[in-house]
Write a protein that binds this ligand. Structure first.
Ligand code: AMP
Ligand code: GLY
Length: 418
């Protein structure tokens, strides 16, 4: 098959790396890709959000299958557009991807189907939002409704902080139209865990659980980022909690979306908080998380192309998906200053040595005159396995040792910050 992957980050590198191992994949392309992805796939110069351009390229080049990995093209309906053009695609359609694109929608879905999540109200009127914050007291959480690159959430310790956040989102339009509707919700406590699952509209098959580290600095301090590292599986996610999540959250969510005529086919991301009252949903995403994807896919033994095909054909229950009985750790090497201001274009050294026995996924890299240089906030995801989680963490840090570039920043406590 000729397969095209849409996207350009560490997640897409991990997906391409795994697809390249499939005997079913004869030719692999990635749009737009990056310098690491170019080592396993042919990069195509079409922007991930260019729906018409992607459909045209896929049709002109006779793609047999397209994998849409990032949130933006999914929310724009790229899967719908590809399928309408007769090109089989992996990922939820627009009407199911809305579980990520609108927090107001996903909160309402959970309320209607009794799926455990934080208590909340939705507001489009600032005065009403301020009055609600006053009435509920702090701590309290204020969220912009739409996609805001994971940065539209303020966990406010005081009423004043919460009010300022609501004002900024609704009046200041800090996140553009994403902030004209806000969700204000109860502040939950407990460890956070990510569970990614394959879904075919009816069936769901969970991957090993994982844990992201969203803050920029050690000790979970500093600004929120896309994710500074991930481990899999996290020790807090016990088999008993996994069973509860399956019965109370995963199966009911897939059934709810089906009942609403929005069958979910693709990867669904359950962002969970293990609260004293039991596991609850913090958020849904309509795709693989990044960097979680890098850690989790490194544990997959089965053929990813077969899984993607089964998700689209509704036959996921017929597959026996096998995972390594090991642990994984993905350490993100970022540009100094990320997620705020940072420079690009710095040469990266040590990649070859680091890649000898471990996986070095590229997140933001480019090739310039034969040299691989930094080209984004998150630059690399050094991913290693181990028989235990401790070993996987040690292996990832050891593997990253030879790599350097100007202003390189990484956390020193991935997997140990909880
Ligand atoms: P989200 O974009 O909804 O995942 O939120 C980003 C981060 O904010 C989450 O990973 C949590 O750490 C935190 N958060 C979101 N909602 C809540 C909540 N209701 N209670 C406590 N923390 C939350
Ligand atoms: N790592 C968090 C996310 O992909 O949303």
């Amino acid at each position: 098959m000729k397969v095209l992957v849409v996207g350009s980050g560490g997640r897409e590198h991990a997906i391409c790396w795994k697809l390249a191992q499939s005997p079913k994949v004869a030719e692999l392309y990635c749009a737009p890709g990056n310098a690491g992805i170019a080592q396993v796939a042919k990069c195509v110069n079409v922007k991930a959000t260019d729906v018409d351009g992607m459909v045209k390229w896929a049709r002109d080049n006779a793609m047999d299958f397209v994998v849409v990995a990032p949130d933006d093209p999914l929310a724009l309906g790229m899967v719908d557009a590809l399928e309408a053009a007769g090109i089989p695609a992996f990922g939820p359609r627009k009407n199911a991807a809305v579980i990520e694109a609108s927090k107001a929608f996903s909160k309402e879905l959970m309320k209607k189907y009794h799926i455990p999540t934080a208590k909340y109200e939705t507001f489009t009127d600032l005065d009403k939002a301020l009055a609600y914050i006053e009435e509920q007291g702090a701590p309290i959480v204020v969220k912009a409704d739409g996609l805001a690159l994971g940065k539209g959430v303020v966990v406010a310790a005081t009423v004043d902080e919460a009010k300022a956040a609501a004002r900024e989102m609704m009046e200041g339009k800090k996140f553009g139209e994403s902030g004209s509707t806000v969700v204000i919700e109860e502040c939950m406590t407990g460890p956070e865990v990510t569970v990614l699952a394959f879904a075919d509209g009816t069936h769901v098959s969970t991957m090993p659980a994982s844990q992201d580290h969203k803050r920029a600095y050690d000790g979970n301090r500093g600004p929120n980022t896309g994710g500074m590292g991930a481990i899999s599986p996290p020790p807090q996610y016990t088999p008993e909690i996994a069973r509860r999540c399956m019965d109370e959250i995963f199966l009911p969510t897939i059934a709810a979306l089906k009942a609403e005529d929005r069958p979910f086919q693709g990867v669904i991301y359950f962002g969970l908080m293990l609260t004293p009252q039991g596991p609850k949903v913090v958020e849904y995403n309509a795709r693989f998380g990044d960097p979680e994807c890098q850690a989790v896919l490194s544990l997959l033994d089965s053929d990813l192309m077969e899984i993607f095909t089964a998700c689209r054909e509704g036959s996921l229950d017929k597959l026996d998906i096998r995972w390594k009985d090991k642990a994984a750790c993905c350490l993100v090497l970022a540009s100094g200053g990320y997620p705020l201001e940072y420079q690009k274009g710095y040469p990266i050294s040590g990649l070859e040595e680091a890649g000898k026995s471990n996986l070095v996924f590229h997140a933001g890299t480019a090739e310039q005159d034969g040299q691989i240089v930094t080209n984004g906030g998150r630059v690399l995801g050094v991913t290693a396995l181990g028989d235990t989680l401790e070993q996987a963490i040690d292996n990832a840090y050891a593997a990253a040792k030879p790599i350097s570039f100007a202003d390189m920043h990484f956390r020193t406590d991935i997997g140990r910050a909880f």
